[in-house]
Design a protein around this ligand. Structure first.
Ligand code: IMP
Length: 425
């Protein structure tokens, strides 16, 4: 049986947590493959409302094995806090495993994330300041410390003293900040190591064995395509597209049989960078308030705007979406008419894909097409045919514009507030 990837089609916060929680009912393994605790997945189920940052949203299904793959960067304190809060709600973490190859977020990553943001001034990325970017940078520049390093105390101390000397030079000489104490950092992380150890595994083997047994595996993306390091609105980026999945978990791309894009029925973005359909008017406010568009991780108000089908089509192409799950559909119930951006215009030149250069992307003016709204509640609807004709037309138009069918329409935060349009993938 296949592995299915769940990928954000926009700038993150598309509602992947709910979709994973929903599909986890049918699968055996759920794996996170990218990002870190910058992600924020809100899951509402019979146990309560949960804000997940690191742990896969499949954790609420006791029979599902949950894996944090090697492609995720791990802040051990954040991980252990999340485990603790799940335990307090009687959610078992007995089936939760973390890759021994995953890189650690260290306190200097968090400090440097803040200092680098300050140094960027008006060009600040608007990061979550959780140390994600600096941890990924260290991974690439071979200065990272991995979970397997942490579990060998002697090797960890020697690696940490080498890396910390270098980091302390940057902190003190470049930024005039105070250095970090080797002894304290070593002690703190040794304590984390003891609590982390029971969760640590060669997680690629777990995945391989599951696939060999014919089990279903869900690969849970964090953030969204437009925040991808290569294909997003660089430098206002962070994470990975579907192509990064196999690297982030350690499986062959040939094992991935379906890619479900999670597409919010409108657009949001948190942090800096281009967003052509952003609204600074009442409609934008209505989306923000109706959709509770405030960051799960930082609480920042999200920038809101009409659906950008240029971004959605680009995401569908880059990721090879086999279907899309359209989320927060009910938030559009209130609008008398809806706009969809079908192309960009820069000084009379039409663009059908987001330009690579963010300065050019900033100049893009949306070319809109207007569709009638349905102005009636959809949250209690469970079949596509029962949606008002205008709502059906909105979905059909999205499918046409992005060249891929809708499999799920989410009409509310709860699991049951879902319209299954066609089977996954
Ligand atoms: P970082 O991941 O903290 O380095 O932030 C880089 C950019 O990605 C910033 O614009 C963040 O707001 C954005 N970002 C990071 N995680 C998320 C997320 O889960 N949802 C939406 N935006 C995110």
């Amino acid at each position: 049986m296949p592995a299915i990837a769940i990928i954000g089609a926009q700038w993150g916060d598309e509602g992947k947590g709910k979709i994973v929680d929903l599909l986890a009912e049918k699968v055996n393994v759920v794996v996170r493959f990218s990002g870190g605790n910058n992600a924020g997945h809100t899951v509402v189920n019979q146990l309560g409302e949960f804000r997940m940052h690191l742990i896969p949203s499949g954790i609420f299904h006791p029979d599902v094995t949950c894996v944090i793959g090697n492609g995720v960067v791990i802040d051990p304190a954040a991980f252990l806090d999340e485990v603790e809060s799940l335990r307090q709600h009687n959610v078992s973490t007995g089936n939760l495993f973390v890759s021994d190859r995953a890189h650690l977020i260290m306190p200097y990553h968090i400090l440097l994330d803040g200092l680098e943001e300050e140094a960027r001034g008006s060009g600040a990325i608007g990061t979550t300041r959780k140390g994600i970017g600096p941890a990924f940078a260290d991974k690439t520049s071979r200065m990272g410390i991995r979970i397997c390093d942490l579990l060998d105390k002697e090797a960890f101390r020697s690696r940490l003293s080498f890396v910390l000397e270098y980091k302390n030079s940057i902190l003190t000489k470049l930024y005039g900040a105070a250095p970090l104490s080797l002894d304290k950092l070593y002690r703190d992380y040794c304590q984390y190591a003891e609590r982390l150890a029971p969760y640590v595994r060669e997680t690629d083997v777990i995945l391989e064995e599951a696939l060999e047994k014919g089990e279903w595996v869900l690969l849970e993306g964090a953030q969204g395509t437009m925040l991808d390091l290569d294909f997003g609105s660089y430098p206002y980026v962070t994470s990975a597209v579907a192509g990064g999945v196999s690297l982030g978990v350690g499986t062959s791309p040939a094992n991935i049989k379906g890619v479900v894009g999670v597409l919010k029925a409108y657009t949001t973005r948190v942090g800096g960078g281009p967003m052509p359909t952003e609204l600074h008017d009442e409609c934008g406010d209505q989306m923000r308030e109706g959709g509770h568009e405030y960051g799960t991780t930082t609480g920042r108000p999200r920038r809101c705007g009409w659906l950008d089908a240029v971004v959605a089509r680009y995401s569908a192409d880059i990721n090879g979406f086999t279907s899309v799950a359209i989320t927060k559909f009910d938030i559009l119930d209130a609008f008398s008419s809806l706009k969809i951006c079908t192309a960009y215009d820069i000084d009379g030149v039409i663009y059908n894909r987001p330009p690579a250069h963010s300065a050019l992307f900033e100049k893009c003016k949306p070319v809109y097409e207007e569709l009638p709204g349905w102005q009636c509640p959809t949250s209690n609807i469970r079949r596509f045919e029962e949606l008002p004709s205008q709502a059906q037309a909105y979905v059909r138009r999205i499918e046409e514009l992005i060249g891929c069918p809708a499999s799920i329409i989410s009409v509310g935060a709860a699991r049951e507030q879902t319209i299954m349009v066609r089977p996954i993938p």
